[in-house]
Design a protein around this ligand. Structure first.
Ligand SMILES: [Zn+2]
Length: 330
């Protein structure tokens, strides 16, 4: 280590005609300078290696992030399209729900009208949604909630559908009762004599006290006489069962139909009887021909309506034209 205490002199000759420069350094400095340079070189190499690795890793991560970002954007785009489509579908469903609601209200109104026609009490069940909403409050503002539009629409649609379901549940028994009542009403209409027994509208004698054409004495005329031609068709004025079909004096060829509920109709002085006892007939069925049999002054039909065994005036029962009635009834 003795040489470390020595001093070294470096001679630098810049050019031939310039002065020589001398640099004197200690032995320690002579050793330290290369060592420091070596350490710096090694550090530089290590740093470069490390930095290059990091950069490579960073680039790799960056590429992965860019790919992930592109995928995410693509998925986001698809999701947005799906959400937009769902929103459109939801709006369509919402509109359909409103249409169904309106139709249900209309059906409910029709049911009420049917009940009124059939003489049933008004239903306590009413559609409480669109119509009553329309009548109720209109002061509210339009719902404009763009930020939560679909959520709000879902809620409203869901609520509307739930209400519709409840209303339908309520309507079913009410409608069934109405249908049953209308069937009953129709049946009563079918078995009530309401039509003309012949095509003729020529009333030759009304129900009530009159002078008897044979005896010339006052007597009760128990039916309605309709003039016509021999052979004109005679119709059952309501559904029923034939309980009498015979020829006697003074009624001539005559038929009785039992319509139930204590009501019968009788057809006298017929030219022909076309039904037998036990036959079931419907309103408007052909049962015989107009004639002049029995105690009769000319071709006519003597038509009676009998309620609980007593003849009553048939006129209040004849409310409908036979042809019109056929259109309605049959
Ligand atoms: Zn008569």
């Amino acid at each position: 280590m003795k040489w470390m205490s020595k001093r070294f002199t470096f001679v630098v000759i810049p050019d031939a005609n310039q002065t020589v420069q001398r640099y004197r350094i200690s032995g320690l400095t002579f050793i330290l300078i290369p060592v420091i340079i070596l350490i710096l070189v090694v550090c530089s190499i290590l740093f470069t290696l490390l930095f290059t690795g990091k950069v490579s890793h960073f680039n790799k991560l960056k590429t992965q992030m860019e790919t992930a970002d592109a995928n995410y954007k693509q998925q986001l785009l698809q999701r947005n399209e799906q959400i937009s489509m769902l929103e459109t579908n939801l709006l369509v469903i919402s509109e359909q729900a409103q249409q169904v609601e309106t139709k249900l209200s209309n059906i409910s109104e029709l049911e009420l009208q049917l009940k009124e026609i059939a003489g049933i009490e008004k239903s306590s069940v009413r559609i409480s949604s669109s119509i009553e909403k329309a009548e109720g409050g209109t002061g509210g503002e339009e719902i404009i909630v763009p930020t939560n539009r679909s959520g709000s629409t879902v809620e409203l649609t869901s609520q509307n559908l739930s209400n519709l379901s409840l209303e339908m549940d309520k309507m079913r028994p009410s409608l069934e009762a109405t249908i049953e009542a209308i069937k009953n009403y129709q049946h009563i209409l079918d078995i009530t004599p309401t039509i003309w027994p012949a095509d003729s509208r020529k009333i030759t004698s009304t129900f009530g006290i009159r002078r008897d054409p044979f005896s010339r004495r006052s007597s009760l005329h128990t039916g309605l006489d309709l003039g016509g031609d021999r052979g004109d068709p005679i119709y059952a004025t309501a559904d029923g069962v034939i309980t009498l079909s015979e020829n006697n004096y003074p009624q001539g060829n005559n038929i009785i139909i039992d319509h139930g509920r204590g009501i019968e109709t009788r057809y006298l002085h017929l030219n022909e009887r076309l039904v037998q006892v036990g036959d079931k007939v419907s309103k408007g069925d052909l049962i015989g021909e107009l004639g002049n049999t029995g105690r009769s002054t000319g071709p006519h039909l003597h038509y009676e309506v009998i309620v609980n065994g007593t003849q009553v005036d048939p006129r209040p029962y004849i409310k409908e034209d036979r042809e019109d009635n056929n259109d309605v009834q049959k």
